[in-house]
Design a binder for this molecule. Structure first.
Ligand code: HEM
Length: 354
């Protein structure tokens, strides 16, 4: 592709400032397009999306801020030691001994060569040198100096058009979204420590929803119902299945981003944010009743709830049946028991006589 050493190092390290590898699923990627062309490599864990996404089979991110530009990748390459380990997906990769972040063998190769190491050092010590080198290399990578190489359906997007939507406490936003992987990003600014409930209950489709902090790390798992992003139920607020509702208790002041993605088919989305300053949780009920239609009643049962109900029912039937059998046998056997006294005689003979 005609990249020189500096452009190569800038692109790899600048690229890996962002994002992550996906290989946390120990069951692998699943069948490829030769088996199911419509849904290749679906991932054999969970729904195969979000934290269960399986692509390269490596797992983890290179930097502490995978949604933000930085030169931390280069700083770590110079300063830290790495230990080889095998990801849950079965791929050999390197773990930073100091902070647990990851590198691929191809990343570490950049400091196994003197000329590349000199460039790594330059970018680690001076982020503006990286900014300039990456900008030029990226332009070369995507434009290649030849307009005829663009796809026929190329188009430009005005940065103003992709501004994020903002939501505030007590607000409900609505809109529509295409099929997965289309998604909606909604920014939320939390200006005081408070409990915040996020719900997409009134969306018309099966959703997934994640909350990222300002470092881009998903934190919805810290909610009161430990939401993993999919089918996060809180009957106090939402009684519709396959939607997401979660409450972050005492959410720190800061900037957060909600990522709402259809599980498969898109449709009309609705997002509500309710805030509660009272740390004792008082008032949650008021919020809940605001979100719920009190005229009708639907009980939402998870598979776990159903299992527990079935087990309780089986136990009850067993107890009642045992009680009936015991009392029946006691009634029928009245007088039939007899005392056998062995007086040095042959018990079998005594029994036979009786
Ligand atoms: C030696 C060259 C490179 C190798 C071997 C390499 C390898 C990889 C691998 C294995 C992944 C994980 C994919 C997954 O599991 O989903 C990855 C992710 C990524 N790479 Fe590279 N890469 C290289 C160069 C680059 C370059 C030049 C860029 C951009 C300028 C880049 C940007 C990214 C990004 C942004 C991700 C994260 C994707 C995500 O979050 O889903 N990489 N790379």
């Amino acid at each position: 592709m005609g990249m020189n050493d500096s452009e190569t190092v800038a692109l790899i390290g600048g690229g890996h400032a962002f994002g992550k590898c996906h290989g946390a699923c120990s069951l692998g990627a699943g069948d490829g397009p030769d088996v199911d062309a419509e849904s290749p490599w679906p991932g054999n864990c969970g729904a195969g999306i979000a934290q269960n996404t399986f692509t390269s089979g490596f797992e983890g991110e290179w930097t502490h801020t995978p949604l933000l530009w930085s030169n931390e990748y280069f700083e770590q390459l110079l300063a830290d030691n790495y230990t080889l380990w095998v990801s849950p997906g079965g791929s050999p990769q390197w773990e930073n001994d100091r902070n647990g972040l990851m590198m691929l063998t191809t990343d570490l190769a950049l400091v196994a060569d003197d000329e590349y190491t000199a460039i790594v050092t330059e970018f680690a010590e001076d982020i503006s040198a990286l900014n300039t080198a990456f900008a030029a290399a990226w332009k070369k990578l995507v434009e290649n100096g030849d307009a005829t190489q663009w796809a026929d359906n190329m188009f430009c997007v005005d940065a103003d058009d992709v501004k994020r939507t903002h939501i505030e406490c007590g607000q409900t936003l609505t809109g529509s979204v295409g099929n997965s992987p289309d998604s909606v990003l909604v920014a939320f600014e939390n200006d005081q420590v408070q409990s915040v409930t996020f719900s997409n209950c009134d969306s018309s489709f099966d959703t997934t929803m994640f909350l990222a902090d300002s470092n881009g790390l998903d934190i919805q798992q810290q909610s009161t119902n430990h939401c993993d992003g999919d089918d996060c139920c809180d009957p106090e607020f939402c009684r519709t299945s396959y939607r997401e509702t979660f409450t972050m208790s005492d959410l720190e002041v800061g900037s957060y981003t909600l990522r709402l993605t259809p599980y498969a088919q898109g449709g009309d989305w609705s997002l509500t944010v309710q805030c509660q300053v009272d740390h004792n949780g008082r008032g949650r009920g008021q919020i809940a009743s605001a979100l719920l239609d009190t005229d009708s009643w639907t009980v939402v049962l998870t598979n776990k709830d159903l299992m527990i109900l079935v087990l309780v029912a089986v136990n009850l039937v067993t107890i009642v049946a045992t009680y009936c059998l015991c009392s029946r046998s006691r009634r029928h056997s009245k007088g039939k028991y007899m005392k056998v006294v062995a007086k040095g005689t042959n018990l079998e003979a005594v029994a036979l006589k009786q």
